[in-house]
Write a protein that binds this ligand. Structure first.
Ligand code: 4NP
Length: 147
């Protein structure tokens, strides 16, 4: 799960995925990172922690880190929260295998008609962002679970 700062959207996306994965008894691993590294080592934004908590999800233990090129090998899916993140990730890819793993997260919730999770850092719309994240997470699991 990748966004810009790794303190708002991608930590909520990691938390939501872990929550749904546990609920369904799946054996998936999820992590998150940011493209800019400005908040390296920091906990998620308190507003993201609060919104996740309102939905029964604890993201308070996550720590922000910058995406690395090794991540493109370590994970099966690299999910970008918005178009800017997507293009940044594509610019990091050195192989077609790496490149093909990078997708827009909201492509798993096409029924919403929304292509990006809007950044709530400035406008404070954390509940809206988390709702979109829930839709995409459910779509991702539905599409790729084996049973
Ligand atoms: P995020 O939100 O990408 O959803 O974590 C942001 C948080 C911080 C900054 C940008 C976006 N920032 O540049 O400080």
């Amino acid at each position: 799960m990748v966004c810009l700062g790794n303190i708002c959207r991608s930590p909520m996306a990691q938390g939501m995925m872990e929550y749904l994965i546990a609920q369904r008894g799946l054996d998936w691993k999820v992590d998150s990172a940011g493209t800019n590294g400005y908040h390296n080592g920091e906990a998620p934004d308190p507003r993201a922690v609060a919104e996740a908590a309102r939905n029964g999800i604890d993201i308070s233990g996550q720590i922000s880190r910058k995406i690395s090129v090794e991540d493109l090998d370590r994970f099966d899916f690299i999910l970008a929260m918005d178009e800017n993140n997507y293009h940044y990730l594509q610019s990091m890819a050195r192989t077609t295998e790496q490149s093909s793993k990078i997708q827009l997260f909201m492509s798993y919730a096409a029924h919403t008609g929304v292509r990006e999770v809007p950044d709530p850092y400035y406008d404070g719309r954390f509940a809206h962002a988390l709702q979109l994240i829930r839709e995409a997470s459910e779509g991702l699991i539905k599409k790729h679970q084996l049973h």
